[in-house]
Design a protein around this ligand. Structure first.
Ligand code: GDP
Length: 185
């Protein structure tokens, strides 16, 4: 995990999506831990810190995952409180996890957009793109979903291979800074 050195801003980031899409793996990847193929969906790190540099400004993330609670639809208002950015994840090999994006977008609408004066950037992330042969969701489907939901962006990632993981968090850092602290940029 990152050391707690001086930062210009600190944002809470929430990873959302169905159980098993790779939220824990994504957190492990961004903080430099090895991919764990044995990881069980319900058990996960639920908090990590990471600092990014955006145009010379140090932006610290406090990253939360829902640690299995999404299975019971018991994500609480408390978990959403203070969230400044969301990575909304699905698994490209699991169409059901893709079809649940609407449910999660509604949660974000209800819980976050009402709590915040500023818009909360959401990026849709299609994870497990290393498993191309098992794909049930194409990149075009992900792009279309992002366009029609008016989210900030879309990206495919592999937490196993570290593909686009840095880029996904970095784009979110840029969007959050632009919205919340534009003078830093
Ligand atoms: P969570 O429930 O959303 O936190 O999902 P996990 O991070 O626990 O991942 C669920 C399963 O998918 C685990 O067996 C992981 O090893 C696997 N997994 C996660 N990300 C990837 C990925 O990018 N590629 C592959 N091949 N497997 C992944």
């Amino acid at each position: 995990m990152d050391s707690n050195h001086t930062c210009d801003v600190c944002y809470k980031v929430l990873l959302l999506g169905e159980s098993g899409v790779g939220k824990t793996a994504m957190i492990r990847s961004i903080i430099g831990l090895q991919f764990d193929p044995e990881s069980v969906p319900t058990i996960g790190i639920d908090f990590a810190r990471k600092t990014f540099e955006v145009d010379g400004a140090k932006v610290k993330f406090e990253i939360w995952d829902t640690a299995g609670q999404e299975r019971f639809r018991t994500i609480t208002r408390f978990q959403f409180r203070g969230t400044k950015g969301v990575l909304l994840m699905y698994d490209v090999t699991n169409k059901k996890s893709f079809s649940k994006l609407k449910y999660w977008l509604d949660c974000v609408d209800q819980e976050l957009d009402q709590q915040n004066k500023e818009p909360v950037p959401v990026f849709i992330i299609g994870n497990k793109c290393d498993l191309d042969e098992q794909r049930q969701v194409t990149a075009e489907m992900g792009e279309k979903m992002a366009e029609s939901s008016y989210v900030h962006g879309f990206m495919e990632t592999s937490a196993r291979d570290n593909t686009n993981v840095q880029q996904a968090f970095h784009q979110l850092a840029e969007a959050m800074t632009e919205i919340n602290h534009p003078k830093l940029l």
